[in-house]
Design a protein around this ligand. Structure first.
Ligand SMILES: Nc1ncnc2c1ncn2[C@@H]1O[C@H](COP(=O)(O)OP(=O)(O)OP(=O)(O)O)[C@@H](O)[C@H]1O
Length: 312
């Protein structure tokens, strides 16, 4: 668990308050997305967790231990850090890049090598092909995968991700978001990510922290924030389509009614989002669709009214 207690950060001898009395608790195994307008203090907040910045006041605890009292180098090795431009060492092979922290920690060669292969596999890169390549021989998306693998290498409990998908084209970005989210759940990390992209925060965050002028405006689950913005600023920030965005968080099986006697002609799986289900209903000009299980058996029915009622 990461606990941020009344943390403020002044730059320029107090002339500028980048973070203003911020308190936030990040539960172990969850992902928190920090979002807000440019300059609101997201990156500063994140960088205070691994001591790349020092709070002017307040304190940050990791599992009850004050980070200001831990050795900064050890702290940083125990926290995975993924940044937008990846920061791979250009003259080192992919394998050596991934092995950066294990080497610093003095892992045995065999263990390190096995870990490199395991991680490249995990992030969807073929170790046999990628191990000996140099970073410039990879696409931007592949480099981001390597950066992610490198951050995971020494099995950190915490991952900090600063706009990890910022430099990636939109199609690759969506795929990487899905894959990284699945991996982070599988390996059960506590994640703090900074993003400019509301859809990304909604998709990746178990909770979202919305900041403005160094202050925390709202901290809650995406569903709750979209349903009940704390104030006008948050409401505007979320946009007119917040109700539609919220549909992407609700799964069909949670609102479906009993199956109809006759098939409707179109179907979705129970874990399909209402956003997708509605798109299929509208796209096929149907009043409703079947919800089916993995065997294709009809287990429920979903129509426009059920979808609309769900987002109220
Ligand atoms: N090293 C520094 N010296 C002085 N001011 C700084 C420094 N780093 C950040 N700031 C200022 O602190 C404020 C918060 O910066 P920060 O980078 O945390 O914001 P952000 O929300 O991450 O912004 P962005 O979305 O644009 O990356 C900004 O006004 C910024 O200009």
């Amino acid at each position: 668990m990461i606990t941020i207690e009344h943390v403020s950060k002044n730059y320029d001898d107090g002339a500028h308050l980048a973070v203003d009395n911020l308190s936030l608790t990040i539960e172990t195994g969850t992902t928190v997305a920090l979002i807000g307008p440019s300059g609101c203090g997201k990156t500063t907040t994140m960088r205070m967790i691994n001591r790349l910045e020092t709070p002017t006041s307040g304190r940050i605890l990791i599992n009850g231990q004050d980070v200001s009292k831990t050795d900064p180098k050890e702290l940083r090795r125990s926290i995975g850090y993924v940044i937008q431009q990846v920061g791979l060492f250009p003259h080192m092979t992919i394998a050596r890049n991934v092995a950066t922290v294990p080497r610093l920690l003095g892992w045995e060669k065999a263990k390190t090598n096995a870990r490199i292969d395991e991680l490249l596999d995990l992030v969807g890169l073929d170790p046999a092909v990628m191990r000996d390549r140099l970073p410039h021989e990879l696409s931007g998306g592949q480099r981001q995968r390597v950066g992610f693998a490198r951050a995971l290498a020494a099995e950190p409990r915490i991952m900090l991700m600063d706009e990890p998908f910022g430099a990636i084209d939109p199609i690759t970005r969506v795929r990487l978001q899905d894959e990284f989210r699945a991996i982070l759940k599988k390996v059960s990390k506590t994640v703090v990510m900074v993003t400019h992209d509301l859809d990304e925060a909604i998709k990746m965050g178990d909770r979202i922290a919305i900041m403005r002028d160094g202050k925390l405006l709202q901290y809650d689950t995406p569903a709750e924030i979209l349903a009940r913005p704390a104030n006008d600023f948050v409401r505007d920030f979320l946009g007119q389509d917040r109700h539609i965005k919220r549909l992407s968080l609700i799964e069909a099986h949670t609102v479906m009614s009993a199956p109809r006697p006759e098939a409707t002609g179109a179907s979705v799986a129970g874990d399909t989002s209402l956003h997708t289900a509605l798109a299929i209903i509208l796209g096929n000009n149907l009043p409703g669709i079947d919800v089916v299980d993995t065997t294709g058996a009809r287990v429920g029915y979903l129509d426009r009214d059920l979808v609309f009622a769900a987002q109220e």
